[in-house]
Design a binder for this molecule. Structure first.
Ligand code: ADP
Ligand code: MG
Length: 682
């Protein structure tokens, strides 16, 4: 029972059947069809033990309309006795046809006669060692005991224009024991009004808990970050501009309209005394880094510290290089933290951070370690937020423990969250979207190519190199591992080096020492290296505009959003760019269904939002939720793809309910989420 999460009465009440069996009727054998699960009643006309290969008990049952053979391969003497000739028996099982006429293998049976139940019999999901009969009794008990009084007030339902025909208790009772006249299809596809009610309640719980979290956050305090406007200065000196304006002026490009819009949204949040909780989403290459830099500038200008955390060493290095080049000329001191740092360097960095001398701190997970003490952290930026867990986000936020204040939080992601997910799981988050790419980008042309045509791809690489372009070649694994038939990065590197004489082919993989990785990246970035063979370490954040071709080997092994992120590494300059998705089918004649759907999506669109939508279709919501998913916080009953109308009702009802019936709202959340509510709020 514990394994199934059946602890409280409400858990039992919410443990819904997988399917139902109809024991409400006795079927006449002449009406029974092969494949039906049926209940029959009749007279035993023969009962014998035969050895035909196996020892078995063969019983003939005659119900007047036809006969059926009951076949048992294992049986106790008592059962044999109960099935003696002349007894009247009720048996239930799947009817099979065939040579010997109708048969049932190992049917459940009992003496004929007795009451027939008035409802369908539930069959519950179970685990080994937990028999249906026991589970049925337990669920029945749980359902009877569970407190299922309606939490939603009829007036509120009326207010939002929803008049459900079932309340929760009715809906649950029905779903456990539906009457036999129900259209079974509506139970299977969950469109029955009882299911609708249940799904609505579940979505409502989720909305309420997120809204509670949002309101709780609104009660917290955060430092007000507004640019310090210096007094106008008399005389020949230059007036000091706010730092972020200086940064804007120094940038070699103009912000796009979308970047300006999201920057303004962020600046507005930072100027308020409550913690920002904002997700900045923008397709790969849409220019999120500069938006982060502008936010950092506002923070540092107000004399507070800003921390930027990235999931990988490479990505953190890239951010560091970029932000230092932008901000250091303006007098900002930046500290650097990574797990692989030398002790001495780290001590120096920690001192800079503790004294407040470093206005900006950039690093990997090392940023949230206990030893890192900020003087006054006011803005925490997390890049590729889905790569971090709830605990890590909380740890970063707890770095400002100053009279109850919390730092502002800006999370960035290149995997746009589909709208339905944004409305449900991320309802407590403000979202800013960069929906336009910087000018001058050329759309990447994507080709899906069988690995057998690898030589043609190499010829294409040669042509690109002749035009002075650079190439990424991405491999999924770095070493021949287990039985996986993967061409690994080292092997491919050797192969390409041989096939492209006179060309510098570099290798980058995650097990290389950091210094070596940096050296390779530097050579590629500076253009000295023509081809970079790498594992997915370049997945995020690498920026080499001269790279115009990306080959992804074993593309069928990558997830859709991963492929999209990888592809975003090309098409950053003015040159026409291409992405080649090499696939191999191994021993199979063709690619599997989902792999094919992924590659097709990649070839058909460059739009990150469209990709995310298809990804949701192919995979379901799990992956988008990142670490949230691990708390088993996923919806059990509602399906975001199909229940959008119910979700919209729940969104309308949640604020009304919290305002007018806060106690009922809390009761509702507890009923549905129990201990998980806290987790969802993080
Ligand atoms: P991402 O959103 O994927 O993190 P980056 O911030 O790395 O994208 O930006 C991609 C590239 O585009 C960088 O080289 C960046 O300097 C450049 N860039 C950003 N904004 C603009 C802009 N408005 N005009 C031109 N180039 C820009
Ligand atoms: Mg980025």
């Amino acid at each position: 029972m514990h394994k199934l999460g059946l602890v409280r009465d409400i858990d039992l009440a919410l443990h819904l059947p997988l399917r139902y069996e109809d024991e409400t009727r006795i079927v006449k054998l002449s009406d029974a069809r092969e494949g039906d699960t049926a209940q029959i009643e009749g007279l035993v006309t023969s009962c014998e033990v035969k050895i035909a290969g196996h020892r078995q008990l063969l019983v003939t049952l005659d119900d007047g309309s036809d006969t059926c053979m009951l076949r048992f391969f294992s049986f106790y003497p008592t059962q044999q006795k109960a099935l003696a000739v002349g007894n009247r028996i009720r048996a239930r099982g799947e009817i099979k046809g065939g040579f010997a006429g109708l048969t049932m293998m190992h049917p459940a049976f009992q003496a004929a006669g007795g009451d027939l139940p008035s409802a369908l019999t539930p069959v519950y999901p179970t685990v080994a060692g937990l028999p249906q009969a026991y589970l049925r009794r337990a669920v029945q008990g749980g359902l009877a005991r569970a407190e299922l009084a309606d939490t939603v007030s009829p007036e509120n339902l009326y207010e939002i224009g929803l008049q459900p025909s079932w309340n929760l208790r009715e809906a649950l009772s029905f779903l456990h024991h539906p009457t036999p006249d129900v259209a079974l299809a509506t139970l299977v596809d969950h469109s029955h009004p009882a299911w609708q009610r249940l799904k609505f309640e579940e979505l409502l719980a989720q909305q309420l808990s997120q809204l509670q979290a949002k309101r709780a956050r609104a009660r917290l305090r955060a430092p007000v970050l507004t640019p310090v406007r210096p007094e106008p200065v008399e005389g020949p000196q230059q007036p000091a501009w706010p730092l972020h304006e200086q940064l804007l002026a120094a940038l070699p490009f103009q912000l796009t309209a979308a970047q300006r819009r999201v920057s303004a949204e962020i600046a507005r949040d930072l100027a308020r005394p409550l913690p920002m909780h904002r997700l900045l989403q923008g397709d790969v290459g849409s220019g999120k880094t500069v938006v982060a830099a502008l936010a950092a500038a506002i923070c540092i200008d107000a004399d507070w510290q800003c921390a930027l955390m990235a999931p990988t060493e490479i990505l953190a290095t890239q951010h560091f290089a970029k932000l230092v080049s932008w901000l250091e000329p303006l007098g900002v001191k930046t500290a650097w933290l990574t797990g692989k740092q030398k002790a001495k360097e780290r001590r120096e960095m920690l001192a800079l951070i503790a004294s407040g001398e470093a206005g900006l701190v950039i690093g990997t997970h090392a940023v949230i370690q206990d030893k890192v003490v900020f003087k006054n952290l006011a803005l925490a930026i997390i890049d590729e937020q889905h790569r971090f867990g709830v605990a890590q986000r909380l740890a970063l936020r707890s770095k400002l423990n100053d009279n109850g204040q919390e730092p502002h939080l800006l999370m960035m992601t290149a995997t746009p969250i589909p709208r339905t997910l944004a409305m449900s799981y991320y309802a407590d988050l403000d979202v800013s979207t960069i929906d336009e790419l910087p000018p001058g980008r050329t759309p990447v042309i994507t080709k899906v190519v069988n690995d057998a045509r690898r030589d043609e791809v190499i010829a294409r690489i040669r042509a690109q190199l002749d035009e002075g372009r650079q190439i990424y070649w991405v491999c999924p694994l770095i070493e021949e591992s287990e039985a996986l038939d993967l061409r690994n990065a080292t092997e491919t590197h050797a192969h390409l080096s041989a096939a492209l004489p006179g060309v510098r082919v570099g290798l980058l993989h995650s097990r290389m020492p950091v210094a070596e990785k940096r050296a390779v990246m530097a050579q590629f970035t500076s253009g000295q290296m023509g081809v970079l063979v790498s594992t997915t370490v370049i997945e995020v954040g690498v920026d080499v505009p001269n790279a115009s071709l990306m080959v992804i080997e074993h593309a069928e092994r990558f997830g859709l959003s991963q492929l999209h992120q990888l592809r975003g590494r090309v098409g950053r300059g003015a040159a026409a760019s291409a992405c080649v998705l090499l696939y191999a089918t191994g021993d199979a004649p063709r690619l599997g269904e989902t792999a094919r759907a992924r590659l097709k999506a990649m070839a058909e669109t460059n739009d990150g939002f469209e990709i995310a939508r298809r990804d949701l279709e192919i995979r379901g919501p799990g992956e988008f939720l990142g670490a949230r998913q691990s708390g088993a916080a996923l919806l059990r009953f509602a399906d975001l793809a199909t229940d959008t109308a119910l979700l919209a009702w729940a969104r309308r009802l949640a604020p009304l309910m919290l305002d007018q019936h806060p106690a009922l709202a809390e009761k509702h959340v507890q009923r549905w989420l129990g201990g998980k509510a806290e987790f969802l709020k993080a």
